[in-house]
Design a protein around this ligand. Structure first.
Ligand code: PNS
Length: 158
């Protein structure tokens, strides 16, 4: 069974994330979306809320499971026997750090990283910008799934 992991903070999941997760789900038998638990960085949504939003929005793909992890991604990969990481690349600015992480993860545990070019529709999109724009009253409804928009409105009191 071919498995891959899509790791990230997903605070919250955006249409850009879903584009990559969906395309990965067509290439692999199972895709594990792994939410980073970062104690030193509190998000807008709790890890449980992020998992819930991811579960709702990826259920339609049929072969995507949601999990969380703390510590090194390669330890998660080893523990769950996932040999491949799938990452979306939005722009050249993503590339330097992503390449570094891919090479580090390969040197630590032989885990491969597959880079997928982001759909140009979402090349400017990030969870941080979604939160910032939404906080100041900007319309982000075309950039996140409807269920996330509902939660964003509630959280930010739009
Ligand atoms: O959505 P993000 O915040 O850009 O995702 C970054 C993430 C979670 C993929 C990255 O920070 C990560 O893999 N963190 C786990 C810790 C780790 O393995 N660090 C070493 C990387 S070489």
């Amino acid at each position: 069974m071919r498995r891959a992991v899509c790791p990230g903070s997903f605070d919250p999941v955006t249409n850009g994330h879903l584009d990559i997760i969906e395309r990965a789900s067509r290439l692999y038998d199972e895709v594990v979306v792994a939410v980073l638990i970062n104690k030193s960085k509190s998000g807008l949504f709790t890890v449980d809320e992020r998992i819930e939003l991811l579960s709702e929005t990826t259920a339609v793909y049929g072969n995507v499971v949601i999990d969380s992890f703390r510590g090194l991604l390669v330890d998660f990969c080893r523990a769950h026997e996932v040999p491949t990481i799938v990452k979306g690349l939005r722009a050249v600015s993503d590339f330097d750090y992503e390449l570094q992480m891919a090479q580090m993860n390969h040197s630590l545990a032989g885990v491969e990283t597959l880079f997928m070019s982001t759909n140009p529709t979402y090349s400017f999109l990030s969870s941080s910008l979604v939160k910032e724009v939404a906080t100041w009253g900007g319309d982000v409804s075309h950039l996140v799934p409807p269920t996330v928009m509902v939660q964003l409105r509630e959280r930010i009191k739009l």
